[in-house]
Design a protein around this ligand. Sequence first.
Ligand code: SAH
Ligand code: SF4
Ligand code: F3S
Length: 454
Amino acid sequence: MTVMQPTTTPPGRVLMEVFGCQMNVVDAELVLGRFRKLAYEETQDYDAADVIVFNTCSVRGHAEDRVISRLGALRDWKKAKANRVLAVMGCMAQREARDIRRRLPHVDLITGTKDFPKLAELAQRVRAGEGPFVVIDGTERPDVERLPTTRPKPFQAYVTIMRGCNRPCTYCIVPTVRGREISRPVDEVVDEVKALVDEGVVEVCLLGQTVNAYDGQLPGQVTLGTLLRRLDAIAGLKRLRFITSHPTDFNDDTFAAMAECSRLDRFLHMPIQSGSDRMLRAMRRGYTVDKYRAIVDRVRAAIPDMQVGCDWIVGFPGETEADHEASLAVCEEMRFSQSFVFKYSPRPGTVSAESMVDDVDNETKKRRNNELLDVQARVSLTSHQQLVGRELDVLFEGRSRLDDTKWAGRDPAHRIVCVEDERIREGAFARVRIDRCSALTLFGSVVAVHDASR
Ligand code: SAH
Ligand code: SF4
Ligand code: F3S
């Protein structure tokens, strides 16, 4: 491939829209870094943009529908000025490149989940009159280079430590669109985190679809625990998290490291998906409720204040009222600190979409979704009430979305804490006494502001 010199087509402005999970947030950042290298500026203004990039998600039908309708709405934007580029990257690009080109011919650049490092240069070529380009051959190693760029918050960063997924969950499109699991070497991740800390990052969240299966490309010698210990030793890093854990992928070394690492958050995101063994089997999750419970018990024995957060799917094919009742009971019993609940959405090509009937109607899915959220709200409220009067360390992330007179942050268990205090700013650490609470939020008063974030 010949690389265009930025001088041939003048650099322009790029607008990035991110759909989907945190992996896409990082990938968007990697792409923006490359645009910046070509002297592009970032913009939020559609009229000013020369290039619009959509980083897309395929996990549920709704995620794809939103992208299709938003892309459709950009037909006029594309026509209004010559040499504008509309690019699509991410999981949906990987899965549906041909379909997108057919239905939305004004999209002139599509890159797959491993090809996005080429996107910025290809966009330059499209602006110069070449293309359209569809590149989904999966030949790149996306994480080799993390160029300095803007992150949503300068003091927080996501770091992808592995890509892909090897698990057989029958409902899930992720293995198809993201490919086989591959970990990054320990030293590469450590160097990236050190560089981020040098730039002012104080909180790092490690990403992987089954992040506790991390092996640093040295299975048997390296675990997630190996990496946690190395990262915990980096001066200046104050908080460390990892998402998402799979219940069957933990090992003794990782549990031991979790107990040792003082900067590790007291929050473990470990989806259960259902409280019914029958459903777990149909989903091919690889564990029973008893096994899941045993892992939670082990985690809480090793780290007593560890909070566990969870994902659920309601309305999976064949889910009866009894299966759903089992999920409600398990949600109550496990005292999760938060639950994300999703209505089952058949994804073309997955085992469940091809061989099972989507037989739970949407109304029932909605009701079950709400019932699970209601149980979670009760559990959260009770556990929040026990924190009233206690003091927590909070990293403030910005103004509260619901009330901009308040600052919102998170404690080490990832709970949302709001205060009203003029000494607080984005990135500040403070000790906060909890005065009152709701199911979603803790409200408190600042006892002491700690050192600045950098
Ligand atoms: N790798 C992570 C989750 C990836 S997708 C894990 O295994 O836990 C995030 C969440 O989306 C999943 O936990 C699941 O709850 C939900 N999800 C995935 N596929 C879905 C589908 N087809 N319909 C509804 N929810 C789905
Ligand atoms: Fe999907 Fe299962 Fe892999 Fe998670 S573990 S990404 S749900 S296949
Ligand atoms: Fe969506 Fe892809 Fe993430 S399907 S949830 S953006 S891995």
